[in-house]
Structures are given as structure tokens and as C-alpha cells.
Design a protein around this ligand. Structure first.
Ligand code: ATP
Length: 291
């Protein structure tokens, strides 16, 4: 983050799910899961200027709202409500411009990341008036993935995503992201997920997710993938294409539709980007795991 007077430039990273197992459905309709999440170096750029009146969001992306529905707006409103009068007086209003580089509605957590990045930046700017544990609670009230971006480390997420444990020793793989150019609704994917819970819980007990020597490439798995692939076969195509051109493993992230491939070195990743960019109508991004 760089600072000039009351103007801040904030980098807001995407995430991928290296594994995602759905463990059950809760009475409130949400699903419990166990997921290994890691930030990647593909970032949105946010520009925040403190001053004026009210919360003003601008974002030229056609499907990102600029009003209270924007997760950044909600993050600012929560921050203002949670600080004392002394801080609130220094924040009569602010303007935030969002430059989207992370595909929207793609399973990459862009909106959640934007909200978390703004919470972190405001808290830092005003000398941490909100302790981290309280910041996590505010984040969870915006969305299940937001606490992960406050946590800022690779993590195993449980519950609906709000319980986080640091996951050490992830290799800093190169990542190639394939966004097939359409959106999926997270809610619709979970609705279609056919849970056979008893079997699933039994199966999951045998997997030692927290093991230090976990073989990450063997552990790549996403329960939501079969649901999304059934409607969008191009996701399976992207996976096999990534593996064919050198990925050590490939998987759909979140509820999709973005697929990532993990690469051992920059050279093979660069070659893969070139082949995929020349060949397809897909959007291809090159990044690193942030470990
Ligand atoms: P989720 O699984 O939570 O839907 P996602 O990574 O698939 O996340 P996002 O890019 O976060 O998708 O966008 C999901 C929806 O959130 C979009 O349809 C968009 O209208 C809305 N949204 C609200 N605020 C933002 C924001 N700051 N950036 C992107 N989308 C936002």
C-alpha cells in the first residue's frame, strides 16, 4: 500500500481453493466446508481518497454495483459504525475507485477481497482502532470469504469459511488461471449439490487435512466442480488442456467457473499462457501463490 496525503492505493488479491470439501448443510441454509485457501498475485487496484461527504464508489465494470450493494461500500459503512467519535470525525466521507483486474463472479473472491482490503487499509490509516479479532467478526458479517482476506495467510477454512487456521509450507507454485468468460451463481451451485452426508463425513474423517506432509497435488479436490462442470463442459476442457501443457495439477476454484493450473516453474507457466492465449476465447492470467 502506498500513501500520499489522504489518498491511498490498495492492492486487493484474488484467492483460489486448493481443496474444497462440503461437509454438511446447516439449518440456516448455508453449507459447512473444509477448504485450503491461498491468495494469488492477481490483484484489483483500489484508490481511496478521504474527504467530502458520504461513501462514493466508482467502478467502470458493467456488473459491479456502485451503491450499497458493493461489498466495499458495506465494509466502509461497518468501519464507520464501529469506531469512536474521534475517528469518525476524521472520516466525514470518502471516495473509492475500483479498477477490476480479477474476473467478476468467477470463484476468485474479488468482491470479498476488495471489502477486506478496504477494512485493513482504513484500520491501518487510523492507527488500528479496531482489534483484529473484531475486524474478523465485521468481515464475516459481509461474507463468508471476507475473513480469509483479513487473515492474510494460506489457511484451512472451516465452518462456512469463517474459522481459519494458518497452513504452513505451501510451495510458491506459479499459477495459470483460465476464466472461460461466463459467470456462475454460487447460491445456485450449492443448491444443486447433492449431499450424501453420512458417507461424506465418514470419508472425510480419513483425510488428514492438517498434515504437514500433505501432498498438495494429491489433495487437489473440489466438491462443487462436478456440479458446475455438468452445466459447463468447457471447465473440464480447461483442466485437461492445462495438464496436457505442463500443469502439475488443475482444478476449478470456489463455485467456478475459473480453473487454475499449478506449475513448477515460470518457464512452463509462461509457455502455457502463450498456448492458451493463442488458442482459445478464454481469458488467461499468470500469477503466483502468495505463501
Ligand atoms: P462469490 O462466490 O462470493 O459470489 P466470486 O469470486 O465468484 O464470489 P465476485 O467477483 O466477488 O465473485 O462477485 C460476486 C458478485 O458480487 C458480483 O455479481 C457483483 O455484482 C457483486 N459485487 C459486489 N461488490 C463487488 C466488488 N467490489 N467487486 C466485485 N463484485 C462485487
Amino acid at each position: 500500500m502506498t500513501t500520499t496525503k489522504a489518498s491511498l492505493r490498495i492492492e486487493s488479491p484474488a484467492k483460489i481453493n486448493l481443496f474444497l470439501h462440503v461437509t454438511g448443510k446447516r439449518p440456516d441454509g448455508y453449507h459447512n466446508l473444509i477448504s485450503l485457501m491461498c491468495r494469488v498475485s492477481l490483484c484489483d487496484h483500489l484508490y481511496m481518497a478521504i474527504g467530502g461527504k458520504g461513501i462514493r464508489i466508482t467502478c467502470p465494470h458493467p456488473t459491479v454495483p456502485e451503491d450499497h450493494r458493493n461489498l466495499v461500500y458495506q465494509a466502509v459503512a461497518l468501519f464507520v459504525d464501529s469506531v469512536n467519535d474521534h475517528v469518525r470525525k476524521q472520516l466525514p466521507g470518502l471516495a473509492i475507485h475500483i479498477d477490476k483486474w480479477i474476473p467478476v463472479g468467477a470463484g476468485l473472491g474479488g468482491g470479498s477481497s476488495n471489502a477486506a482490503s478496504v477494512l485493513l487499509a482504513l484500520n491501518r490509516y487510523f492507527d488500528n482502532p479496531i482489534p483484529t479479532d473484531r475486524l474478523m467478526v465485521l468481515a464475516a458479517s459481509i461474507g463468508a470469504d471476507v475473513p480469509f482476506f483479513i487473515f492474510q495467510k494460506p489457511a484451512i477454512a472451516t465452518g462456512i469459511g469463517e474459522h481459519l487456521e494458518a497452513f504452513e509450507n505451501l510451495p510458491a507454485y506459479h499459477v495459470v488461471l483460465v476464466f472461460p468468460g461466463f459467470n456462475v451463481s454460487t447460491a445456485a451451485v450449492f443448491k444443486k449439490l447433492n449431499l450424501r452426508l453420512t458417507n461424506r463425513e465418514k470419508k472425510l474423517k480419513q483425510i488428514h487435512f492438517r498434515e504437514k506432509n500433505l501432498n498438495l497435488l494429491d489433495a487437489l479436490h473440489n466438491d462443487l466442480e462436478t456440479v458446475t462442470v455438468a452445466d459447463h463442459p468447457s471447465i473440464a476442457e480447461a483442466k485437461s488442456e492445462l495438464c496436457r501443457i505442463g500443469a502439475l495439477g488443475a482444478l476449478m476454484t470456489g463455485s467456478g467457473p475459473t480453473v487454475f493450473g499449478l506449475f513448477a516453474n515460470e518457464d512452463t507457466a509462461k509457455k502455457a499462457v502463450k498456448i492458451l492465449t493463442d488458442k482459445s476465447g478464454w481469458q488467461i492470467f499468470s500469477a503466483r501463490l502468495v505463501v
